[in-house]
Design a binder for this molecule. Structure first.
Ligand code: MG
Length: 201
């Protein structure tokens, strides 16, 4: 399986990163070794500024290429929460040198994933995601704030890369990203569903 991540998909987050709001989806990938299903995350020693990015995650349920936006909804059947951990200091160096982001984004365990909710159990227009760190809200986003919809993302990415069953698409983070430190507890909520808990070590 592969992990596809969308960047800058909420205008307020693009602004906080001092990045332009994109006119077409920006995506990058993480390898399967980035996936973390456990509840404990160890901060790697190569970064001094590890940031959380809570994201809605789509689970692909059938293979497809060149998927038309009109039919994209049938290619995912579950929605969950994941964290696109980012070594912000490394990413800043990569950006400054015009280099790829993989060192900052695709390292082992950089993609914690929580449990999923069936798409059919959700009202897709009103989904909200929230990250609490040590019980305090840090990120809050609404699906209505997405620059590129789920269907648009699936359609766009599948023009370049074949999607397969079990692939995950991290759909971008709302504003409020920030550093984590040893001892923090991160909790992710999709509406009233508590889907993710992570202790930082
Ligand atoms: Mg992200």
């Amino acid at each position: 399986m592969k992990i596809i991540c969308i960047g800058r998909n909420y205008a307020a987050h693009a602004k906080e990163m001092k990045a332009e709001v994109p006119t077409e989806p920006v995506f990058f990938m993480k390898p399967d070794t980035a996936l973390l299903k456990e509840n404990v995350f160890y901060i790697p020693d190569f970064t001094k500024d590890l940031h959380h990015e809570l994201e809605l995650v789509l689970k692909i349920c059938k293979a497809g290429k060149h998927i038309h936006e009109q039919f994209a909804g049938s290619y995912y059947d579950e929605i969950g929460l994941g964290i696109d951990f980012t070594a912000r200091d490394i990413q800043a160096q990569c950006k400054a040198q015009g280099l790829p982001w993989e060192k900052a984004k695709a390292f082992d365990n950089s993609a914690p994933i929580g449990t999923f909710v069936k798409k059919s159990d959700l009202d897709l227009q009103t989904i909200q995601l929230e990250l609490k760190v040590n019980g305090e809200r840090r990120q809050l986003g609404r699906v209505s704030d997405l620059i590129f919809s789920f269907d648009k993302i699936i359609s766009y990415v599948s023009q370049f890369i074949t999607l397969k069953t079990g692939d995950l698409i991290y759909t971008g983070t709302p504003e409020g990203v920030g550093p984590v430190k040893i001892g923090d507890t991160l909790e992710g909520f999709l509406n009233e569903h508590h889907l993710l808990t992570l202790t930082i070590k």
